[in-house]
Design a protein around this ligand. Structure first.
Ligand code: FAD
Length: 305
């Protein structure tokens, strides 16, 4: 039996969830519904993204503050340095620290003008993700995660350059890397091997993208330089107008990917939730990560009371 077929795997798996800051009251209600459904799964942490250039500064801070105040989940703020001076970024760090944020996901971000635009550091800013990690560390003893790219970052000329960048992030104080999503587990495994050979020993947590909408994920993937295998496209072929079957296939595909990674020795998983709980709850159930106390028991308990 593969490790993933053992009955106790859930006990060894740790999950984390990524959200984006909601723009409207309606989106906030949806996010909160998602947080409420995912909290009983006892995630290791959740994180909230940050719009490049500071466009979501206020909303990211507010969302994390609410998670910290109203749940027991540790929450990390993403932070980018593109298009901002060091003073501006430092002010955000101070502001986030003042509301109790001690965990960050440090990112460079992409130019606001979009795809194909060459990245130019702000003349008075942090130059890249590694530089931002150093800046954060200068402000406090934060828990810092960074991005890693199993298929290398689109701007990396080769894997050696890409791994070198990750090494700099670790040398500057990052203690966890979270990967860009990928669908071919061999690519992840090879990347981790490369990193280990380069002396990088921090956890490299796979970023798992449940496929809520195949067309949208395929577009994201091509922008992010992530390969969409033909077999994946075939699984979703013809399901554009059949959301129910699409969702069932999507949870099976993601659970299969995660269970294969479990068999390869991976125990931590970061889910890109798109602020939705449906697929993530199903996938977590499949990998043995259950609500604690289980939802049914909690309901039975409250009915008896
Ligand atoms: P870096 O690692 O700084 O740079 C990326 C690549 O550029 C390097 O691998 C290297 O090849 C090259 N490079 C950079 N500097 C140098 C140098 N000095 N010398 C040589 N090569 C260099 N974006 C957001 O806007 N908001 C978010 O909240 C957000 N969250 C993310 C979360 C995760 C887990 C991931 C994987 C990505 C996220 N992104 C987010 C996207 C991210 O901002 C982009 O992928 C961006 O293009 C790179 O950010 P980075 O921190 O990895 O960059």
């Amino acid at each position: 039996l593969g490790f993933s077929r053992r009955s106790d795997i859930g006990a060894k798996i740790r999950v984390s969830f990524e959200f984006f800051p909601p723009k409207t009251d309606e989106m906030e209600a949806r996010l909160w519904d998602t947080v409420t459904r995912l909290e009983p799964l006892q995630p290791n942490f959740v994180s909230v993204t940050y719009g490049a250039g500071g466009s979501t500064r206020e909303r990211t801070g507010r969302t994390i503050k609410r998670i910290l105040n109203e749940t027991s989940i540790p929450a990390a703020a993403h932070l980018t340095c593109v298009g901002a001076s060091k003073e501006e970024v430092n002010a955000v760090i101070a502001e986030f620290a003042s509301i109790g944020i001690t965990r960050f996901v440090a990112l460079r971000g992409d130019p606001a003008s979009g795809v194909g635009e060459v990245y130019r550091p702000h003349p008075g800013g942090y130059h890249n993700g590694a530089d931002l990690v150093a800046g954060l560390k200068a402000h406090g003893d934060f828990d810092i995660s960074v991005a890693a790219y199993p298929e290398k970052h689109p701007e990396s000329p080769d894997f050696a350059t890409d791994i070198e960048m990750l090494k700099r992030k670790v040398d500057n104080g990052a203690t966890r890397a979270i990967t860009q999503f990928f669908f071919d587990n061999d690519l992840y495994e090879r990347y981790v091997e490369r990193a280990r050979r380069a002396g990088i020993y921090i956890p490299i947590v796979p970023g798992i993208q449940p496929v809520h909408n195949f067309g949208q994920v395929a577009r994201f993937a091509s922008r992010a330089g992530a390969h969409v295998p033909a077999w994946l496209a075939e699984r979703f072929e013809g399901l554009e107008d059949d959301p129910q079957t699409h969702a069932l296939v999507a949870s099976a595909v993601a659970a299969e990917q995660v269970l294969d990674l479990v068999d390869r020795g991976v125990s931590d998983f970061h889910f890109y939730t798109m602020n939705r709980s449906d697929l993530v709850v199903a996938i977590c159930h499949m990998i043995g990560v259950r609500a604690n106390p289980p939802v049914e028991k909690a309901l039975a308990g409250s009915a008896a009371a």
